[in-house]
Design a protein around this ligand. Structure first.
Ligand code: 4AD
Ligand code: MG
Length: 461
């Protein structure tokens, strides 16, 4: 029976002959018997392979070192040893690939996250990163499940975009022009009419505007794709390339939007707890002893709802000295967000009604003339995990703000058409997938929850 280790540990076919293939985590033993811990990536646990030294070629056993790849067949027996319930009594062992102990970087000892980032090509071989990647898969799957079960339509929005209308962040340019010697207009500017698309193009910072176009026809949609921001933010919470989930719903007001966001995050966490408890337990035991409890608490708790103005009052009255000054009208910094969540409320907070100046042009304006129907979901240890809003559906108000901000209205005509023809109240939000990953894995640096991170000065692998 060819089995993956996850299947063996689930089905426990004791007494049967099983075959597994995987990578050696460790080998120990004596003159009579070798114990090999073998992992195949299907589960965090390794299986113990027992090799009778007399039965195998000395050279073969010598080459079974940490990192080597082997195929093993043998009887599955209950184990008398500590730490495992079953083991394989090897009958045959085939060495598929050696890993020289002198040069293989992942030896038995624990390695720092910083070191592992420098060997991102081998990092998937570690237990920690196996957990992270399995959880990443599970959460992606949960996200599609959640929206599919609610009848949302998955929309693929473009990655290359010809319009910088959102203003969500600095953009990466996409061009096939010779950057050292681009064609020039008579005025001396770069002549983008000669570029591949005949105009200036960038990598998208968000699929929202395209998402809105589809929501105004299909009702409820979501996107789930890579987004790019060229900000020079070297923080544990920012990537230059990250994945974002953006649902957009016709006929949703801010209340409905908040409710959906809360239900959505809880569903994802619950899914991970139900399907990947082994991975979460491992991360809990190795890195963050409060992880499991924190996840269970979050699923059970009701998120706080609070206006920006109330939040400012709480921060001002806290008496705490913040690095960045707290003042109505300025954006909240991560330290402020985390104070509210971690020190004041001790649970996730949804902040709404931000000053309009610090939020995007498309957010619905409140009656007070000062604030907009924005919502940010703030999480412990993370700060902002979701950003969203009810959208301004009134054409004149939208045109007015576009003018005030001196944005290029001509470029936004396609967007304004949704307000021109059959406009409707609608809302949406964006969840940063890696921020959710940070929360669910308990990792403290966003570089450690994506296989090959892209950050300023780093695009290796
Ligand atoms: O708040 P943001 O910029 O909102 C938007 O892009 C809207 N268009 C979303 C919408 O309403 N459809 O980004 C949304 C989320 C943030 O809350 C954060 O979780 C994540 O995306 N995010 C990042 N994650 C990793 N690295 C970065 N540089 C990020 N910037 C934003
Ligand atoms: Mg935001």
């Amino acid at each position: 029976m060819k089995l993956r280790i996850a299947e063996i540990l689930k089905e426990m076919p004791v007494g049967k002959e099983v075959s597994v293939k995987g990578w050696v985590r460790t080998k120990r033993g004596n003159n009579a018997v070798n114990f090999i811990a073998l992992n195949d990536g299907s589960i965090v646990h390794s299986i113990q392979v027992v090799a009778d030294v007399a039965k195998f070629d000395e050279n073969l056993l010598k080459n079974i070192t940490t990192g080597a790849c082997i195929a093993v067949s043998g009887e599955l027996t209950t184990s008398l040893g500590k730490g495992q319930s079953v083991e394989i009594q090897a009958n045959t062992i085939e060495l598929l690939g050696t890993a020289n102990p002198e040069t293989y970087p992942l030896q038995k000892k624990g390695h720092s996250m910083e070191f592992l980032r420098t060997i991102a090509h081998l990092r998937p071989r570690t237990n920690y990163f196996g957990c992270v990647l399995r959880l990443r898969h599970a959460l992606a799957f949960a996200i599609h499940n959640f929206f599919n079960s609610k009848g949302f339509v998955y929309i693929h929005t473009p990655i290359i975009t010809g319009a910088d209308c959102e203003g969500a962040g600095e953009m990466f340019e996409v061009t096939t022009l010779d950057v050292g010697n681009p064609p020039r207009t008579e005025q001396g500017n770069v002549d983008y009419s000669k570029d591949f698309f005949g105009k200036e193009t960038h990598l998208t910072v968000s699929g929202q505007l395209n998402g809105e176009l589809c929501a105004m026809a299909l009702g409820n949609i979501y996107t789930f794709g890579p987004t790019f921001r060229a900000e020079n933010s070297n923080t544990p919470r920012h990537l230059a390339e990250f994945w974002m989930i953006e649902p957009e719903m016709a006929f949703y007001e801010l209340e409905d939007n908040m409710q959906l966001a809360e239900e959505f995050i809880k569903y994802c966490i619950k899914y991970a707890l139900e399907h990947n408890l082994d991975d979460i337990r491992f991360l809990n035991d190795m890195f963050d002893n409060e992880l499991l409890q924190r996840l269970m608490d979050t699923v059970d708790t009701e998120f706080v709802r609070l206006t920006y103005t109330q939040a400012i009052d709480i921060l001002l009255q806290s008496g705490k000295k913040f690095e960045f000054k707290v003042e109505w009208g300025t954006d909240l910094q991560s330290e402020h967000e985390r104070y509210l969540v971690e020190n004041h409320f001790h649970k996730p907070v949804i902040l709404i009604d931000y000053p309009k100046e610090i939020k995007a042009f498309y957010m619905k304006q409140n009656q007070d003339g000062k604030t907009v129907r924005a919502m940010d979901v703030l999480f412990p240890k993370i700060g902002e995990i979701i950003g969203g809003s009810q959208r301004e559906e009134n054409l004149e108000k939208l045109q007015q703000i576009i003018k005030e901000r001196q944005m290029n209205e001509a470029e936004l005509e396609f967007y304004l058409d949704t307000r021109r023809f059959g406009t409707a109240p609608h809302s949406g939000f964006g969840l940063g997938f890696e921020r959710l990953m940070l929360f669910v894995t308990g990792m403290s640096n966003i570089r450690d929850v994506i296989p090959f991170p892209r950050t300023p000065q780093n695009a290796d692998y």
